[in-house]
Design a binder for this molecule. Structure first.
Ligand code: BG6
Length: 479
């Protein structure tokens, strides 16, 4: 469904995110017929640049990030570049604001995407309000880092709320834009099969894994101040946890969904330090260690985290959620594994290993769902059992349509234009997540221990295995 004409202003419009993600995503939406040629995208950045030079820059970005020529036909490329404009603007000074104002059209949806560092969120929001460029219906889009801890997140929310009301603020967590993450909600709330079993009575535990092959090369400056806890757990993993654990919202509407997510965060128990594992990758052969990629040779920042988390409510009490994420691991793999309890009484001989059913939701790569079942081993050898996967890969199930799986930003930017906040974080949600992660980080700081070293290309520190073993459980393989 095409959206109405809009004016999208991107502050930091010549930056990495704009070139890599935002503009290629908009291009794909135009190709899909959703973004009208009457839309306008105005990039703002400090340096002087002509509109022509900016169009050329984005042309090159599209050639790079949409590599197959058949995906970017020349006529469409030309049409897309026509939509683009550029204003040299000083976010904290005077230059450019009047020119930007002249370019914006009345009675057109207006969105301001702040693809800049968080220190500029407040000042830009303020200027937009003060100059009257932001109308009561305008949207403002911001993205992580949304603070560094609870006080800074509160301050950021305060600054934004001085100039925009909550229904105008779109806080992106790009995980919520991923097709498979939205599918988690469809799986849970559009199928009658799972919901009756979705609780501590039937589920033994849940494992959430976001494993990455890449390290922190090139991003050491930012990453060393954050670590895996702030970079991944406070936001992306928290969102996966919420969507897995939340109560069914009454409606698929922004506040109904976000209220339920917030309740989950508020029900999280504080995590004792003994239920946390921090790791840092060490050198392996020719690949450097974490410490080779950051400035501080003595850094104690974690590039891996594993946690055992308890949710204190009726649905989940007694069913732990094990979370882990790390860089420089064996494979790129994100999944949610819901591990069901074993049958209460087995009538079969103890000749084969038995485990409970498992529902694996693979977020990336090979997006899909697998249900682990137990069946009889074929053949006359008696009643031996074996485990088999009931496998559904979205690419196969959806055939040609699977090629259309949009990038997270395509969905999210269009939702901004449509004015739908369901897949965006509310301010109180972000603050609650910080309150919980801050306590864990503080316990590490008091402890002053070094993160556990782990091998590049492996599956994380030994201590993370022990976190599960002592409960008689084990992590799924990262492969
Ligand atoms: C970003 C983190 O938010 O998410 C990165 O800052 C991480 O460190 C990335 O690599 C992971 O995103 P994706 O979509 O590749 O799983």
């Amino acid at each position: 469904i095409p959206v109405d004409a809009f004016d999208l202003v991107i502050f930091g419009g010549t930056g990495d995110l704009a070139r890599r993600k935002i503009l290629p995503s908009l291009f794909r939406r135009m190709r899909a017929g959703q973004m009208p040629a009457t839309a306008r995208v105005i990039a703002c950045a400090r340096g002087k640049m002509t509109r022509k030079a900016f169009q050329q820059m984005i042309r090159e970005a599209l050639l790079e990030f949409i590599p197959r020529p058949e995906d970017r036909p020349d006529d469409l490329l030309a049409q897309f570049l026509e939509v683009l404009d550029f204003v040299a603007l000083d976010a904290t000074g005077e230059a450019g604001w009047a020119e930007l104002g002249e370019k914006l059209r009345p009675d057109t949806v207006r969105a301001f995407y702040l693809s800049v560092g968080p220190a500029l969120f407040g000042p830009i929001a303020h200027r937009l309000h003060e100059t009257g460029l932001a109308t009561a219906d305008s949207r403002i889009v911001v993205e992580k880092p949304l603070g560094h801890d609870l006080p800074s997140a509160r301050e950021l929310n305060r600054q934004l709320s001085e100039s925009f009301s909550e229904h105008q603020i779109y806080r992106i967590d790009h995980y919520l834009g991923k097709e498979t993450v939205q599918n988690l909600m469809a799986l849970r709330f559009a199928n009658a099969l799972f919901e009756p079993l979705w609780n501590a009575q039937h589920i033994d535990h849940v494992q959430i894994t976001v494993s990455e092959k890449i390290g922190v090369e090139g991003r050491g400056g930012y990453y060393d101040k954050s670590g895996a806890m702030r970079d991944m757990v406070q936001n992306h993993i928290m969102q996966l946890l919420c969507l897995t654990a939340m109560e069914p919202p009454a409606r698929f509407e922004p506040d109904a969904v976000r209220d339920e997510k917030l309740k989950v965060i508020r029900a999280l128990d504080p995590v004792p330090i003994g239920d946390t594992v921090r790791g840092q990758y060490r050198a392996n052969g020719t690949t450097g260690s974490y410490l080779d990629h950051v400035e501080n040779p003595d850094s104690r920042t974690e590039s891996y985290v594993a946690l055992k988390v308890q949710i204190s409510n009726w649905r989940w009490a007694g069913t732990p959620f094990y979370l882990r994420t790390g860089k420089k691991l064996r494979a790129r793999l994100s999944e949610i594994a819901v591990m069901f309890k074993e049958v209460p009484h087995s009538i079969f001989p103890e000749v084969s290993q038995r485990r409970g059913n498992a529902l694996i939701i693979r977020l990336q790569p090979d997006e899909g769902i697998t249900l682990r079942m137990t069946i009889k081993d074929p053949g006359p050898g008696g009643m031996r059992l074996r485990e088999v996967p009931l496998d559904m890969t979205f690419a196969d199930a959806l055939g040609d349509m699977a090629e259309e799986v949009p990038d997270a930003y395509e969905r999210l930017v269009m939702d901004v234009i449509r004015g739908n906040q369901t897949l965006f974080m509310r301010g109180d949600e972000v603050e609650a997540a910080w309150a919980w992660t801050d306590a864990i980080i503080a316990s590490w700081e008091d402890d002053r221990a070094r993160p556990e070293p782990y091998d590049t290309g492996g599956s994380g520190p030994e201590e993370a295995l022990a976190l599960m073993h002592r409960d008689g459980r084990r992590w799924r393989e990262i492969e």
